[in-house]
Design a protein around this ligand. Structure first.
Ligand SMILES: *Cc1c(COP(=O)(O)O)cnc(C)c1O
Length: 329
């Protein structure tokens, strides 16, 4: 299968332009002063649904033909991907079913229903919810929208890279949160095409980082999932990964790991110095700059990928408390 190209990302931008926000790139006084290079923050946490996943989901759904769209789409995500698929399907006029396990809290179920999707509660685990998605695909002709293993999703996330290089054509470093790698794959294809010398760095939590472990092993591997403040970065890359693993290996210059305390500091800095509410997954770029885990080099853009954090956890963190992930849900 052919990889995603720069042209695919330009096509994605035309396709999704009316349905997603073009988010601002804001100069950060405090981080620039601290790092000695101009640092800009990409405010993608201001995206509709509170995270970038809307871009990829919208591109995938709008690219479907009428028959497929009429049959509808399915996903098994409690988080930002589920919200993105629900909202994108509503805008595209497609039926969406989000499959969740019985363990998912009621407020999350209601949030996805409020975005216009049907919620189907099945089984006692994420795997059983995924089994229902597989059944909907096999028996009812629905289309599964993957959170990262899909060329249309990757191209949709890549539109963020276009916006970054347009707003900061002198960028030398681009910092991107990393989990399944759909986000950084799309961004790296856009950035490396427009600015071949720019460095693209992935940032993730130190425990349970599947892409990092896979890069080290030289092939996709499974890792044990560990609760983290960067909950949107949890989960595996799939042992049968064909898209993001090879793209990340080819185009991403470095992957940097952050501790829970460092991620908490990133959330606190975003709030007190930048006046922004971000979730843990979105705070990793700031965290890496604050701790010096990444050497600041040239004009830098750090992507703030989402804002969907439990506000009580957020309140405690910015009040100076340390909250262990999984302790409060
Ligand atoms: C999904 C997600 C990521 C990671 O994106 P991948 O494509 O899985 O690497 C980062 N931040 C937020 C807020 C997310 O929801």
């Amino acid at each position: 299968m052919r990889g995603v190209t720069f042209a695919d990302i330009l096509t994605a931008r035309r396709r999704i332009g009316g349905a997603v926000r073009r988010t601002p790139l804001a100069f950060s006084d405090s981080l620039s002063e601290r790092c000695g290079v101009p640092v800009h923050l990409k405010f993608e946490h201001h995206q509709i649904t509170g995270a970038f996943k809307l871009r990829g989901a919208t591109n995938a759904i709008l690219a479907m033909d009428d028959a497929a769209r009429a049959a509808g789409v399915a996903a098994a995500s409690t988080g930002n991907h589920g919200r993105g698929v629900a909202h994108a399907a509503k805008v595209a006029g497609a039926r969406a079913i989000v499959c969740l396990s019985r363990l998912v809290p009621k407020n999350k179920v209601e949030a996805i229903e409020a975005l216009g999707a049907e919620v189907r509660i099945t089984g006692a685990s994420q795997d059983e919810a995924q089994a229902e998605v597989d059944r909907l695909v096999a028996e009812e002709g629905m289309t599964m929208i993957s959170p990262f293993e899909d060329p249309y999703v990757i191209a949709g996330q890549g539109t963020l890279g276009l916006e970054i290089v347009e707003d900061l054509p002198e960028a030398e470093t681009v910092l991107v949160p990393l989990s399944g790698g759909g986000l950084i794959s799309g961004i790296a294809i856009a950035v490396k095409t427009a600015l071949p010398k720019a460095r693209v760095v992935g940032l993730t939590m130190e425990h349970g980082a599947a892409m990092h472990a896979s890069l080290k092993a030289g092939h996709p591997v499974e890792v044990e999932e560990v609760p983290t403040l960067a909950d949107s970065l949890g989960g595996g890359i799939g042992l049968d990964n064909v898209h993001t693993f090879s793209t990340v290996r080819e185009l991403v210059d470095d992957v940097v790991l952050l501790s829970e305390e460092e991620i908490a500091e990133g959330i606190r800095h975003a709030y007190w110095k930048e006046r922004q509410v971000v979730e843990g997954a979105a705070a990793v770029g700031i965290a890496a700059l604050l701790t010096g885990r990444i050497e600041a080099r040239g004009p830098t853009a750090a992507l703030l990928s989402g804002c969907n954090i439990d506000m009580e956890v957020h309140r405690r963190l910015v009040s100076g408390e340390m909250v262990r992930a999984g302790e409060a849900a």
